[in-house]
Design a protein around this ligand. Structure first.
Ligand code: NAD
Ligand code: UD1
Length: 350
């Protein structure tokens, strides 16, 4: 059993909750810091329930990463072996309208975190980057060496943070940093007890599909059916959030075992699925018909994006286990048990 203590920023969020649960079950002591800007305290309580005998190894601080004093206090009270840094704003459309909000939150939050970590001698970090840094890739699968670009302030914040991490390591080589580029996380814990609960109108495909299935929204709008793909709709690499959570444990173990420097890994399945294929898989899993409305392409969308998984398989010894049928089954299990996420119909902003 592992007896290490990990700080998880943004641990009340979608990917954070699944990762925290896996950390607890693997024997890690876990401290979450989250300002609940896009999440609910109920999610933390549910993770505790799922963690059973390990529940007391989880503690939670409702704090903003930019609040240096609050962060200091957390580092004074606990010695951390490593930090997993999920906390950030992630809505692409909102980032275009409110760039300063995104730069302030994502960049200032990260810089404050790195400064406080350094001051307390904690120099092991796993950071949530995104496949969005590949932009519209010239070919697929995307390998970690591909040229990087950003189409919006959200994506640019990820690119800048990646660069900051490389600079920090170049300046002080006792840092160990893993940048994980997630492809498209979907699904939920098989218990149906935790899952994704975005505030407002979902930007991403599967949260939208799920809300159509529970009749919160009338139809799914398909953004473009004139791409050069199997059926004209965009192709992505969907990855089960449980596999993604496991990828973080693999990254933590890697930080321990090697002189890694600042290294980047894709977390995807290596398989491309079109929007229509995904909708069909969800209809099969849920028994629900998803009404569709065809529309034009969404600005900034790429045609086909999927991962090369070789580096993560080789160096992290990690490989995704689940396919789209399991992703849709678990997404539907969560949606049907929690049609309004962690809230109620009364609280919803629909
Ligand atoms: P999420 O919004 O569910 O979780 C992020 C959490 O961070 C939320 O609980 C939010 O309250 C918290 N947070 C935000 N700003 C904070 C701050 N300043 N201080 C403290 N807490 C703060 O998002 P998620 O889907 O779980 O994503 C986690 C990370 O992974 C994000 O950095 C996101 O950009 C990245 N990512 C997500 C996806 C995806 O599709 N979900 C894809 C690629 C990368
Ligand atoms: C989007 C973001 C990306 C971010 C990622 C994870 C854009 C341009 N890209 O990526 O920066 O890292 O989410 O948060 O916003 N689709 C529909 N109808 C919908 C929603 C989506 O047809 O209502 C289509 C999209 O056109 C795309 C596919 O579904 O082809 C997947 O979309 P989405 O889930 O938003 O992910 P990405 O586009 O990969």
């Amino acid at each position: 059993m592992i007896s290490k203590t990990v700080l998880v920023t943004g641990g009340a969020g979608y990917i954070g909750t699944h990762t925290v649960l896996h950390l607890l079950l693997a024997g890690f002591k876990t401290v979450v810091v989250d300002n609940l800007d896009n999440s609910s305290h109920l999610a933390i309580l549910r993770v505790k329930e799922l963690a059973g005998e390990f529940r007391n190894n989880l503690s939670f601080h409702n704090a903003d990463l930019r609040d240096r004093d609050a962060l200091e206090q957390i580092f004074v009270s606990t010695k951390f072996d490593a930090v997993i840094h999920f906390a950030g704003l992630k809505a692409v459309g909102e980032s275009v309208k409110k760039p300063l909000l995104y730069y302030n939150n994502n960049l200032t939050g990260t810089i404050t975190l790195l400064e406080v970590m350094a001051a307390h001698g904690c120099k092991k970090l796993v950071f949530s980057s995104s496949a969005t840094v590949y932009g519209w890739p010239k070919k697929v699968p995307c390998t970690e060496e591909f040229p990087l670009s950003a189409a919006n302030p959200y994506g640019r914040s990820k690119l800048i943070i990646e660069e900051i991490c490389r600079d920090v390591y170049n300046a002080e080589q006792d840092w160990k940093i893993i940048l994980l580029r997630y492809f498209n996380p979907v699904g939920a814990h098989p218990s149906g007890y935790i899952g994704e609960d975005p505030r407002g109108v979902p930007n991403n495909l599967m949260p939208f599909v799920q809300q159509v299935a529970v009749e919160r929204r009338p139809a799914l709008t398909i953004f473009g059916n004139d791409y050069n793909t199997i059926d004209g709709t965009g192709v992505r690499d969907y990855i089960h959030v449980v596999d993604l959570a496991d990828g973080h444990i693999a990254a933590l173990l890697k930080l321990d075992e090697s002189d890694i420097g600042c290294e980047v890994y894709n977390l995807g399945t290596g398989k491309g699925t079109s929007v229509l294929e995904m909708v069909k898989a969800f209809e099969l899993a849920s028994g629900k018909k998803i009404p569709l409305v065809m529309a034009g392409r969404r600005p900034g969308d790429a045609e086909i994006v999927y991962a090369s998984t070789e580096k993560a398989e080789r160096e992290l010894n990690w490989k995704a286990k689940y396919g789209i049928d399991e992703m849709c089954r678990d997404q539907w299990n969560w949606a049907s048990k929690n049609p309004y996420g962690y809230g109620s119909q009364k609280d919803s902003t629909d």
